[in-house]
Design a protein around this ligand. Structure first.
Ligand code: BGC
Length: 722
C-alpha cells in the first residue's frame, strides 16, 4: 500500500551515469515491503536506463516478497520521462481535435513507448473539467465540458489499456484517472486550493468523465489534492468509497496524489499528526499512499490496525485491489518487458501521428479578408517569445516536470520559425524575437524587450507572424494573478501592427490569456494551444494551406478578467435588457465561445429533424442534419448537438449542453447527413437534492445554428447511477 519516489533508490551522477544508493533496495523491499515506486530522477531516462532501473527494482521486490513492484510514471502527452520517445499534443490540444480516434491513438502510442521503458502504469488521463480559466493545470485536461471530457477520457483509456482491463496486453499499460474530482474548480484559481461546488454540479458534471473512464475499464484513480466544500478529498469516504467504489461497483485501486496523506496534517489541518491522517485516509477508501519519501506509513498503519483504529478488512480490501492490478498487468509473469520487443519506439510513424493530431488541434479564430493561407513566396517576419522555442510548443511534463529543456534537447524537431523557414524558404523568413523569456527564472519571467529591430524588420516583410503566449509550467509553479497576456507581449503586437503589415497572431499557451485589447490589431488569430514536438511543422502546413484547419475551442475564451463563464452558464446569466426604469442588462461577454473554430472552407447546415417531436424517458431520439461543404477546398467539420431544457423546476437550468458530436470530412460541394442517437435520459439533470430527473416540458435541440423544438411528456426520477 506504500509508494515511494525513485530518488530514494538512485540519482544521476556528474558523469551522467545512474548511481544506486547502497542498501536502499534492501530497506525498501526487504524490510518495508513497499509495493510501488514512481517518478523519474529529475529528468527523463533513456529506455535502456528504464529497463535497467525497473529490472533491478523487480528483482529486489520479487526476491523479498515474491510480489512484483508496480512502477508508475506521468507519461502525460507521450513519454514525458523517456528520452527519444514521441511527444504528442497535450490533452487540451487533443480535446480541440474533437476526434476521439486521435485521443485513442495518442494513448496507444504512449502505452507502447512506456512499456518499451519497462513501465506498466501511467498517471493519465487527466479529466478534470476546466471551469476556472486561471488554474495552472487547464492544459492537462480536455476542456470545460463533461461530455467531451468523458468521450476523450474513455478513448484514452482504450488506447492505454486496450479493451480487456483484466488482461492488459504486451503493448498496453494501466491508467490512473485523475484527480478525482473538482480539483479544477479552485475558488482562488490557484493550484491545490479549496473548491466550493454544488451537489448538482459535482454529480452531473465533475463526476461524469470519471464515470465514463471507469466504465471504459480504468484500473486506478488518483485523488484531488485539495478540498471540496471544506472536506479534503483524501478523507471523503462518501466520494471515494461511496460514489466511486460502491456506486460504480468498481474493483480498481485508489492512489493518493503526491504526499497528500501528509498534507492532511501539514496543510489541510484536519488531522493533528501523520498517524491520524493515515487513519482518516485509509478508512475513507485510499488503497495506496504516494508518500513519497518516508516509509513510516508502513509502521504507523500497522500500529493503527493493531490498535483497532483501521479494520483489518480495510487492509485486506486495499491489498486485494493492489494485487488485482498487478495480476491484471501480468506483472507476476513478466515483471520487466524488454526494449528489443518494442521496435517502433520513437519511430517516424509515431511522429507522423503526433503531427496529424497537432494539425487537427489548431484553431483558426480569425481570418479577416482571407489573409490565410499565405501564398508561396510570402515574406514573413516571425517574432515573439514562442517563435523559436520547443519548450513552449510542448509545455510542462516534457523531459522534466516543468518542461524546462537543457540546451540542445529536442533540437532535431522544428520550432515555429524553423518550420516556416523550411516551408516558405529560408530566404523568405526572418526571425527577430522582440520579447524573450528568462529561461532561468520563473515561467512568467521575461528579459528586457527589444522592439526596435522588430519594427525595422517588419518593413521588409509582407506579414508579421507574432508568436505569443506562455512559457512552460506545471502545477503550483504555474499559478498567476492576472489572466492578461504579459504587457511586453501585448506591446509586441502593437509594434508589429504599427508597421502597417498584416499581423498573424499565434497563441501558444496552456490556458487562455486575455488579449482583447490587442486582438483587433491582428488580421488573423490561430490558437495552437500546446501542440507538442511536431507542432511547428503542423502550423507551417496549416498556414501554407497544405492542410486545412479543423480544431475547435475546448473552452470558452474570456474577453475580460472579471467576466468569466463557461458555455453552459445558467439561463439567468444572460437575460438581455430589463424593461422599465431599471434597464440594466445581464450578459455574458467572451472573446470566443466554446466550440468555435474557422476553416478555409465553409459549411452549411440544413434539414434538422428528429424522428419524434414528443418523447418519454425510455425513448431514443434520432436527430439528423444535412451538412454541405460550400467552399472551394476540402475540410473537416465537427457537427455538435446541443440541448436546452427550457424550464427545470429543481435548479436554474443550464442555457445549453453538448450532448453529441461527430467530426466529418467533406469535399467541396459534398453533402452528408449526420445522424445522432440521443437517449432521452441524457437530457435529465441533477437537481438541488442531488437526484437525477427528467422533467416533462419543452426542450430544444440545436445543431449548427438550426433549432428544433421537442416536448417531453413524462417526469422521471432516476436512481443514482443513471
Ligand atoms: C501531481 C500528479 C502527478 C503526481 C506524480 C503530483 O504533484 O499532482 O498529477 O501524477 O504528482 O508525479
Amino acid at each position: 500500500m506504500t509508494e515511494l519516489a525513485i530518488d530514494l533508490i538512485c540519482h544521476r551522477g556528474p558523469d551522467g551515469k545512474l548511481v544506486y544508493h547502497p542498501g536502499m533496495l534492501d530497506s525498501i523491499f526487504g524490510k518495508y515491503k513497499v509495493g510501488s515506486i514512481l517518478n523519474a530522477p529529475q529528468h527523463s531516462l533513456t529506455p535502456q536506463e528504464w529497463n535497467e532501473v525497473i529490472g533491478k527494482i523487480q528483482e529486489a521486490s520479487i526476491q523479498a516478497t515474491g510480489i512484483p513492484c508496480i512502477y508508475g510514471l506521468d507519461q502525460n502527452h507521450g513519454v514525458t520521462y523517456t528520452s527519444g520517445g514521441t511527444l504528442l499534443p497535450q490533452n487540451i490540444s487533443v480535446a480541440a481535435t474533437f476526434n476521439p480516434a486521435l485521443a485513442e491513438e495518442a494513448a496507444s502510442i504512449t502505452a507502447y513507448e512506456t512499456k518499451a521503458s519497462a513501465c506498466p502504469w501511467t498517471y493519465s488521463p487527466t479529466v478534470d473539467l476546466v471551469r476556472v480559466a486561471s488554474w495552472p493545470r487547464v492544459w492537462e485536461n480536455f476542456g470545460e465540458d463533461p461530455y467531451l471530457s468523458g468521450v476523450m477520457g474513455a478513448a484514452q483509456i482504450r488506447g492505454f489499456q486496450g479493451n480487456d482491463p483484466n488482461h492488459i496486453g504486451k503493448d498496453k499499460i494501466a491508467t490512473s484517472v485523475k484527480h478525482y474530482m473538482a480539483y479544477s474548480a479552485p475558488f482562488s484559481g490557484k493550484d491545490r486550493t479549496p473548491a466550493y461546488v454544488s451537489e448538482a454540479d459535482l454529480r452531473e458534471k465533475h463526476f461524469a468523465p470519471y464515470k465514463a473512464c471507469i466504465e471504459a475499464g480504468a484500473l486506478t484513480v488518483m485523488v484531488n489534492s485539495a478540498s471540496i466544500n471544506g472536506i479534503p478529498t483524501h478523507i471523503n469516504k462518501r466520494l471515494l468509497t461511496g460514489w466511486l467504489k460502491d456506486g460504480l461497483d468498481w474493483d480498481g485501486m485508489i492512489v493518493t496524489d503526491w504526499a497528500d496523506i501528509n498534507n492532511l496534517y501539514t496543510r489541510e489541518k484536519v488531522a493533528k499528526d501523520k498517524k491520524e491522517a493515515i487513519k482518516m485516509a485509509i478508512n475513507a477508501g485510499i488503497d495506496m499512499a504516494m508518500e513519497p519519501y518516508q516509509w513510516d506509513f508502513c509502521t504507523l498503519l500497522k500500529e493503527l490496525v493493531e490498535e483497532g483504529e483501521v479494520p483489518m478488512e480495510r487492509i485486506d480490501d486495499a491489498t486485494r485491489r493492489v494485487l488485482r492490478l498487478k495480476y491484471r498487468l501480468g506483472l507476476f509473469d513478466n515483471p520487466t518487458p524488454q526494449l528489443k520487443d518494442y521496435p517502433d519506439f520513437g519511430s517516424a510513424k509515431y511522429a507522423d501521428a503526433a503531427r496529424r493530431t497537432a494539425v487537427e488541434s489548431m484553431i483558426l479564430l480569425k481570418n479577416e479578408g482571407g489573409i490565410l493561407p499565405l501564398a508561396k513566396g510570402t515574406k514573413i517576419l516571425v517574432t515573439g517569445p514562442n517563435a523559436n522555442s520547443m519548450r513552449t510548443l510542448n509545455g510542462g511534463w516534457t523531459i522534466t516536470w516543468q518542461g524546462k529543456l537543457a540546451p540542445g534537447e529536442l533540437e532535431e524537431k522544428n520550432t515555429i520559425y524553423e518550420a516556416l523557414a523550411a516551408k516558405f524558404g529560408k530566404e523568405n523568413v526572418n526571425y527577430v524575437p522582440g520579447v524573450t523569456y528568462n529561461e532561468d527564472g520563473k515561467y512568467g519571467d521575461e528579459n528586457a524587450p527589444d522592439f526596435a529591430p522588430v519594427a525595422a524588420a517588419a518593413k521588409n516583410a509582407d506579414v508579421v507572424v507574432v508568436c505569443i503566449g506562455e512559457n512552460s509550467y506545471t502545477e503550483t509553479p504555474g499559478n498567476l494573478s492576472d489572466l492578461n497576456l504579459s504587457a511586453n507581449q501585448k506591446e509586441l503586437v502593437r509594434v508589429a501592427a504599427a508597421s502597417g503589415k498584416p499581423v498573424i497572431m499565434i497563441l501558444n499557451e496552456g490556458r487562455a490569456r486575455i488579449i482583447s485589447d490587442v486582438e483587433p490589431l491582428a488580421a488573423a488569430v490561430v490558437d495552437i494551444l500546446l501542440p507538442g514536438s511536431e507542432g511547428g511543422d503542423a502550423l507551417a502546413a496549416l498556414l501554407s494551406g497544405e492542410e486545412n484547419f479543423s480544431g475547435r475551442l475546448p473552452y470558452t475564451y474570456p474577453r475580460d478578467v472579471n467576466s468569466l463563464s463557461t458555455y453552459d452558464y445558467k439561463a439567468s446569466e444572460q437575460v438581455g435588457t430589463m424593461a422599465g426604469a431599471y434597464d440594466y442588462n445581464a450578459s455574458i461577454t467572451n472573446q470566443w465561445p466554446f466550440g468555435y473554430g474557422l476553416s478555409y472552407t465553409t459549411f452549411d447546415y440544413a434539414n434538422l429533424r428528429a424522428d419524434k417531436s414528443e418523447f418519454t424517458d425510455g425513448d431514443i431520439l434520432t436527430v439528423s442534419v444535412d451538412v454541405t461543404n460550400t467552399g472551394n477546398v476540402k475540410g473537416k467539420e465537427t457537427v455538435m448537438l446541443y440541448s436546452s431544457d427550457l424550464v427545470a423546476s429543481r435548479i436554474v437550468p443550464d442555457n445549453r449542453r453538448l450532448r453529441a458530436f461527430d467530426k466529418i470530412e467533406l469535399a467541396p460541394g459534398q453533402t452528408r447527413t449526420v445522424t445522432f442517437k440521443i437517449p432521452a435520459s441524457d437530457l435529465a439533470y441533477v437537481g438541488h437534492d442531488g437526484k437525477w430527473i427528467l422533467e416533462e416540458g419543452d426542450f430544444t435541440i440545436a445543431v449548427g445554428g438550426l433549432i428544433l423544438p421537442l416536448n417531453c411528456t413524462v417526469t422521471k426520477e432516476y436512481a443514482d447511477n443513471k
